[in-house]
Design a protein around this ligand. Structure first.
Ligand code: NAD
Length: 433
């Protein structure tokens, strides 16, 4: 099958590489010429475990190519996936300008029947809008399908290769069946390809992200109450996780969720509710609790230093919005560092994969350390912001000997409070006194 993927980002690149891996001929398109040039030279612009090997193999075996030529890709492809970004606009709604531009370009390039698939996360009704835009540009027949993506950054290849389910929203049965065939190699273990109407598929993606975001904000709210009443969120988490009706996933209290999906998709769904005069009360609270969570964390730091961070030197462990990615979009680290800097603190930071991103975002406003210990030299405190595996079991004696004051603010509840205190640290977690 000839496949075109338009938008070669965290999703498009993984989707394109994985479809090539199952034997299809895939061309990945992006209007960022520098990104495409890098990919053509074999440089992978993102950190995603397992991805470089798949890209390398499929490029070598000539099933995967990269290009900026959307028109040629549309002409060559039978199925065209739209995987461009849908970031938050100033109103909180999803910004669909890239989607609309791409739809018009696809329409202009059409030369025969195609299946046009929305892979990006888009508000209800967008795939129908895409149909209208394409129709306005071509006389050739086509179908539109919604096929939202559920992969997680950090485990994207595995998630795509072995999905829990594949969601296909189609109004025309034959177009849906084309997608079912395409996904057959990925669901051989019996996972379902779930067929539904387009609007339901679009909303299902938002419901999934909003639900996971709600679990995190719920736990953060209980954790905050723990701090008031002297209870322990980790014990509560264990107690909840073992309840089969609740399950263990997405129950970690901490500094709040970030990344390019949960914050944006929660806001977009709130916006959809408002447009339909149906306020999404739970999601408004989910978003508010999350915004507050980073503020509470910074307030703990401020309180420890008597409200004066000016002149303090703070080490930060973890910059990516979560482990196993280099992505810093909407990362809690950015909020925390901006607050520290505006309070006059000096920041030295380390992340195993996000240092280039951090340099792009902060330039010389923060010091980028060569390893996690290096940012502790003469530090007044360490803030653990992203729970990378390599931060879980550090040499505490070494840390203490380097720091000016052995103070740790653990934004992910990675360390054991009793052990930290025994080691001589002043320790602050989330929801654990
Ligand atoms: P991204 O920003 O990493 O990638 C988007 C790419 O599209 C960029 O490389 C950009 O240059 C390109 N692009 C923008 N306009 C273009 C145009 N007119 N023509 C060609 N290329 C264009 O974004 P992402 O994280 O890959 O997300 C893409 C979509 O997938 C979003 O809607 C997102 O919500 C959704 N999604 C993301 C994830 C995730 O974990 N990142 C998971 C599931 C769904």
């Amino acid at each position: 099958m000839n496949i075109g993927v338009i938008g070669t980002g965290y999703v498009g690149l993984v989707v394109g590489a994985c479809f090539a891996e199952s034997g299809n001929d895939v061309v990945c398109i992006d209007n960022n010429a520098a990104k495409i040039a890098k990919l053509q030279e074999g440089v992978i612009p993102i950190y995603e475990p397992g991805l470089p090997e798949i890209i390398e193999r499929n490029v070598r075996e000539e099933r995967l190519t990269f290009s900026t030529d959307l028109e040629a890709a549309v002409k060559k492809s039978f199925i065209i996936f739209i995987a461009v970004g849908t970031p938050t606009s100033s109103s909180g709604a999803a910004d669909l300008s890239a989607i609309r531009n791409v739809a018009a370009e696809i329409g202009r390039a059409m030369d025969r029947y195609k299946v046009i698939v929305t892979k990006s996360t888009v508000p209800v009704g967008t795939t129908e809008q895409i149909r209208e835009i394409v129709k306005s540009q071509t006389k050739h027949p086509f179908d539109v399908v919604s096929n939202p993506e559920f992969l997680k950054q950090g485990a994207a290849v595995e998630d795509f290769m072995k999905p829990d389910r594949v969601v296909v929203g189609a109004d025309q049965i034959h177009a849906g069946e084309i997608l079912r065939d395409l996904y057959a190699p990925f669901v051989r273990t019996g996972r379902p390809v779930m067929m539904m109407d387009i609007r339901t598929a679009e909303l299902l993606k938002y419901a999934a992200n909003a639900f996971l975001a709600a679990r995190i904000s719920f736990m953060n709210e209980i954790a905050n109450l723990c701090e008031h009443v002297g209870a322990n969120i980790e014990m509560i988490r264990n107690g909840l996780a073992t309840d089969e009706r609740i399950g263990p996933a997405f129950l970690f209290a901490g500094i709040g969720f970030g990344g390019s999906c949960f914050p944006k998709d929660t806001l977009a769904l709130i916006h959809t509710g408002r447009e339909h005069k149906y306020p999404m009360k739970i999601l408004e609270a989910v978003s508010d609790v999350n915004t507050n969570q980073a503020v509470r964390f910074i307030d703990k730091v401020r309180a420890h230093f008597g409200g004066k961070l000016s002149g303090k030197r703070i080490g930060i462990w973890g910059l990516a919005f979560k482990p196993r990615t280099n992505d810093m979009r909407d990362a809690p680290s950015v909020k925390v560092i901006e607050s520290l800097l505006s309070d006059g603190a000096t920041v030295a930071a380390y992340d195993p994969e996000a240092m280039e991103e951090a340099k792009r975002i902060f330039g010389s406003r923060i010091q980028l350390a060569s390893n996690n210990y290096a940012c502790l030299q003469d530090a007044d405190a360490l803030l653990l912001v992203t729970e990378w595996q390599t931060f879980r079991n550090p040499n505490f004696e070494r840390m203490k000997s380097m720091m000016k004051q052995p103070v740790v603010f653990d934004g992910r509840n990675v360390y054991d409070p009793a052990q930290m205190r025994q080691l001589g640290f002043t320790y602050y977690g989330v929801g654990r006194v």
